[in-house]
Design a protein around this ligand. Structure first.
Ligand code: MV4
Length: 464
């Protein structure tokens, strides 16, 4: 096993990875920017090394500095966490060529799945359902028009190198197609340096469901069930739950089987997530595969008892998975609320500053993964997510009630947070019924549903 691992990340996920390492008697190296010099990941690591100023491109994205830090501190492996360099092929390649181990999938799998239209093509060739649309990327407007006539409007244009919604355009009529095609190409070129676009029929009000998989270097692949990630705003997930209240046993088993098949097709190793959308009549379609540890891996851990980060480290060390599929038992229901520093009454503007009077809830099956503490400073340089409140109940209703109580107890002064938004969601009748789609938050926040705001205001008042 590794003696020492460098964690190429910050915030709550750096702490999460550190805990797994220390439990496995592995020493840790933290990297940090000057902006993060008082952050807890710096103190809790075995050794810490400053790699540059606050701007991510000068520090957490600075490949030469990070690799030099690993070599200087004699780390044998690098865990990238999520975001930053976690899905960067060139980084994986350089890590390996410097004689270090990347704790994650191979360069090849990351490259394959990073090209969304190529991944789509691979699924088509192997009879895995994808949304009707183009075969690969689109050559010209004539071809695009023909495909859209064939599949019917609305359609969605997506960037081949995309993800996170950038470059995406929903088109309702043929007369808008050419203009949106050019817009989409230009935005994709700006964001990803790749202007290739593919098209799919646009599924209205889908559920966004993803399956966690683990694969070792001996060809063993298992799935850890699904997460429902439909509660999101502007492509940022807000609340996740496992299992999905939308799935029945047969659909669940089918998605698990297909996800394992997809991992095998990609010769995938380590932890990964297969994303699907489910339309209103229950048909499912492969969307893409995420080749990293995800923010919401926690709820899968809560319902399976599997420590996903420990498995990642074992796999990277060429050890076999600790579980066979038959060993995985699903128990109870888990919900995660992402706690963000933002002003939900002012267009979700990021809120930064020094925290005080923090109270963290506790109790049976209540988990808070964060990096916050009294006096801690939330920097505008980084993501607004400051913590994740996670609960598990014996069933969905118990989980909802546990989360309501935990949210009431959670208190953070000094910056604005989205705690009240979560309270509104957890008390919404449609949410409680499990009756929601990816449009849920947008609809509730549009003002069409005044009761949603009332629920928040009744409880918290409208001060500040
Ligand atoms: C879709 C879709 C509907 N139909 N594809 C969003 C993120 C990326 N991983 C794929 N996404 C979607 N792809 C087809 N064919 C709906 C989404 C989607 C979405 C789209 C627009 C606005 C908000 C959304 C939220 C979740 C998913």
């Amino acid at each position: 096993m590794f003696k020492r691992v460098l964690i190429a990340n910050r915030g709550e996920i750096a702490l999460r990875i550190m805990r797994a390492c220390h439990e496995m008697d592995i020493e840790t190296v933290a990297i940090y920017s000057t902006e993060d010099r008082y952050s807890p990941h710096v103190k809790l690591a075995t050794e810490s090394i400053c790699i540059g100023p606050g701007k991510p491109s000068d520090s957490y994205l600075n490949i030469p500095s990070i690799i030099n830090a690993a070599i200087l501190t004699k780390a044998e492996a690098i865990h990238p966490g999520y975001g930053f360099l976690s899905e960067n092929e060139e980084f994986v390649d350089l890590v390996n060529r410097c004689g270090l181990i990347f704790i994650g999938p191979s360069k090849k799998s990351i490259g394959l799945m990073g090209n969304k239209s190529r991944a789509r093509q691979l699924m088509l060739e192997n009879d895995i359902p994808v949304v009707p649309g183009s075969e690969g990327s689109i050559e010209d407007i004539g071809e695009l028009k023909a495909i859209c006539r064939d599949v019917g409007y609305p359609v969605i244009l997506k960037a081949s190198s995309g993800g996170g919604g950038r470059g995406m355009r929903i088109v309702y009529r043929e007369e808008d197609l050419e203009r949106e095609f050019l817009n989409s190409k230009s935005e994709s070129n700006t964001c990803f340096g790749d202007d290739r676009i593919y098209v799919e029929k646009y599924i209205v009000n889908p559920r966004h469901i993803e399956v966690q998989i683990l694969a070792d270097s001996y060809g063993n692949v298992i799935h850890l069930g699904e997460r429902d990630c439909s509660i999101q705003r502007r492509h940022q997930k807000v609340l996740e739950e496992a299992p999905s209240p939308r799935l029945n046993r047969s659909l669940r088993e089918e998605l698990g089987r297909i996800s394992i098949k997809i991992a095998r097709l990609a010769e995938y190793t380590n932890a990964g997530t297969v994303e699907f959308i489910i339309d209103e009549d229950g048909s499912y379609y492969f969307l893409e595969m995420n080749t990293r540890l995800q923010v919401e891996h926690t709820i899968t851990e809560m319902v399976t008892g599997v420590d996903i980060v420990k498995e990642q480290i074992r796999i990277a060390n060429d050890m076999k998975l600790s579980y066979r599929q038959e060993d995985i038992c699903f128990e109870g229901h888990s919900i995660q609320c992402r706690i963000n520093g933002e002003d939900i009454f002012n267009n979700f503007l990021p809120s930064t500053g020094e925290l005080k009077n923090i109270h963290i809830p506790g109790g049976l099956n209540v988990r808070f993964d964060s990096y916050i503490g009294n006096g801690c400073y939330i920097s505008p340089y980084y993501d607004s997510m400051i913590g994740k409140l996670i609960v598990k109940g014996e069933n969905r209703l118990e989980a909802i009630k546990k989360m309501r109580v935990a949210l009431e107890e959670l208190s953070i002064d000094g910056i604005d947070t989205n705690i009240e938004l979560h309270y509104g969601i957890l008390h919404d009748f449609d949410f409680v019924k499990g009756n929601y789609s990816t449009s849920f938050l947008e609809q509730k926040l549009s003002g069409e549903f005044k009761d949603f705001y009332l629920e928040m205001e009744n409880h918290y008042g409208t001060e500040s």
